[in-house]
Write a protein that binds this ligand. Sequence first.
Ligand code: LLP
Length: 423
Amino acid sequence: MHSFEYHHGELYCEQVPVSRIAKELGTPCYIYSHETLIRHFHAYDSAFKNIPHVIAFAMKANSNLAILRLMAKEGSGADIVSGGELFRALKAGVPASKIVFAGVGKSPDEIRDALKADVLMFNVESSAEIHAINEVAASVGKKARIALRINPDVDPKTHPYISTGMKKSKFGIASDRALEEYKMASSLDHIDVVGVHAHIGSQLTDVTPFVDSLKKVVALIHTLKSQGITIRYLNIGGGLGITYSEEKPPLPQDLADAISPLVKDLGLTLVMEPGRVIVGNAGILVTKALYEKAGETKHFVIVDAAMNDLIRPSLYGAYHEIRPVNEEAIHRTRQTVDIVGPVCESGDFLAKDRSLPGTKPGELLAVMSAGAYGFVMASNYNSRPRVPEVLVKGGEFHVIRERETYDDLVRGERIPSFLNETE
Ligand code: LLP
């Protein structure tokens, strides 16, 4: 469910015509719907209302300060994966008591900053990292709360690049080594073992892998208890998929119904890290068609957005629906086209072999479901300034990130003096 619908012959975000935003700010630009974000957050939150829980929005999906502030105001925490994300989360007003810190390669500085901020816990991914956290905690005179991230060896049946809970993955600690690592961690002076974490992948369209993973984790929790290690938090990660095309992913309520029987009597607080399901369908990327080009075997529509603005199609072969902003265009004769950007790479496309109504130069297209892993993965490749982000609320829109300038492109670059010397 989202708030991008046609009214009066054109695409709107809530009560604002997309064309109005494009006219004022230019294209490309990202547009997010406030109402959709709120609805998605509460769908997740209320699905789990019968179990004590913390929702830590996976801010890697969208880390704009305004989006984080909005989430925090609704009661969300944050799942972070770097010192930069910690900085953003705190700046946006996310309470440290709802921040969980994941990732296989936390540096000592990042660990120190998170300890000083007093985050809820670290999700720890290796034995070496447990020792590193213990050392840093000792140096700042603190005890670090940790959960071990378990790799349950479950196939999430998603794209291999976003599948994280199988034996061959770099993530987590193998289930059969978990007990040993928990015992070791519990023996350290500056570690407080409080949780178990498992995140098996992203864009999951079935609840079965969640349930399979959870069964293994619950068995581990019982084993730990029998060994005198009591767990207070069970973190089930994120990963619930969304509809990009024809997928019919489970709703948050379906996930809650499937896992509640396994967790409700454990007396634990659930931690959840949804990202895509909250923000994915709450955002679009608006682009303008520049040229049409009939190649030898293909027809191209060249647009002003490129792989540097939205890399998902190039990187994962991901499908994003493309809609004309002008509703009348829907009724035009369809053509099979590639929608490509101006970047100098053959892999620069937003859609391939897509049957779309004819698009004329100057017309606007909306790349749907671009709110998650869209702007956050944007780069300046080909020295293209990153595009603005806009938040629509009812009949108003707010620029929540300005378009970068050419000066922004070179900020921080220096020409050393020897290059200025004249012969
Ligand atoms: N928790 C952890 C530990 C994660 O690594 C991730 C995502 C999440 C939560 C949130 O997962 P979500 O609910 O958003 O599925 N760039 C890729 C997705 C990478 C996901 C990385 N980890 C894409 O565009 O599909």
